[in-house]
Design a protein around this ligand. Structure first.
Ligand code: C5P
Length: 240
């Protein structure tokens, strides 16, 4: 499919119009950012890795009946998705203590949480994506309460599917971020990407970090880490 007019450029992706108003072409970029854009780098091949990883994951989620925007992978670094109007809420699901949760609550990194935790963040770069709750979401009128409930329920479902999928790849799903949107029929669905840029993934045996923390903490090669994830996902057979 021919890429046409650029409609949006984010930190990690470019979105282009296609001949079909309901479909967008997504090109995954090689740029890496962390700490709300304060740390930046370009990693050759990162876009292709994340496009392939995200495609495999969205495909698995679709086979499990979880609605998402992914249509098909077009090339190494491009995929076709349904056009969605993104809800400005980042939904984070956590299984193991790490990152901002560990820092905020003074927990040790790596502690298994007694149950998964779902958090909401207001998607606003200028405000630094603050943590918000249901009352803040109502105050800011970001989304209807019934939709928020559906988002939370879908986030838990995604978590169950992905814990199992990653386990088959000897990977521990520590935490991840989801975004949701509405398609042209008003259907709520998962959007954006699911990749080592948006998940924490640790080797299940050694706890080696195989995600963006490698870049955030400067502890190794992003290319090598993301390649391990891709190769393991490719080798996994999803349970029916
Ligand atoms: O930094 P924090 O611990 O809150 O991140 C939780 C999870 O959400 C991590 O997997 C991180 O990569 C992801 N995340 C993201 N985009 C953001 C914030 C967090 O993908 N803007």
């Amino acid at each position: 499919m021919e890429s046409k007019q650029l409609v949006y450029e984010g930190k990690a992706k470019k979105l282009y119009k296609t001949d079909d108003a309901d479909l967008l072409l997504v090109q995954y970029k090689n740029d890496l950012t962390a700490f709300n854009g304060q740390k930046k780098a370009t990693e050759h091949g990162k876009g292709a890795l994340n496009n392939q990883i995200s495609s495999l994951i969205f495909n698995v989620l679709q086979t499990k009946g979880i609605p998402n925007h992914w249509v098909k992978q077009l090339s190494e670094d491009k995929q076709l998705v349904k056009h969605t109007n993104i809800i400005p809420i980042e939904v984070v699901v956590r299984n193991v203590s790490a990152g901002s949760l560990a820092k905020r609550l003074g927990l040790s990194e790596g502690d298994l949480l007694s149950q998964p935790i779902v958090e909401f963040y207001y998607k606003d770069d200028e405000l630094g994506d603050p943590l918000i709750n249901e009352d803040h979401i109502r105050l800011l009128d970001l989304v209807e309460s019934s939709v928020l409930l559906n988002m939370k329920e879908l986030a838990h479902q995604v978590n169950l599917v992905l814990i199992d999928y990653f386990k088959q790849c000897d990977l521990r799903l520590v935490d991840f971020k989801l975004e949701f949107g509405f398609d042209s029929n008003g259907e709520l669905m998962l959007s954006d990407e699911i990749s080592p840029d948006t998940c924490r993934l640790w080797d299940i045996h050694t706890n080696q970090k195989l995600d963006k923390d490698v870049f955030r903490q400067g502890i190794g090669s992003v290319d090598e880490a993301y390649n391990v994830v891709l190769e393991r996902l490719k080798g996994a057979v999803s349970h029916g």
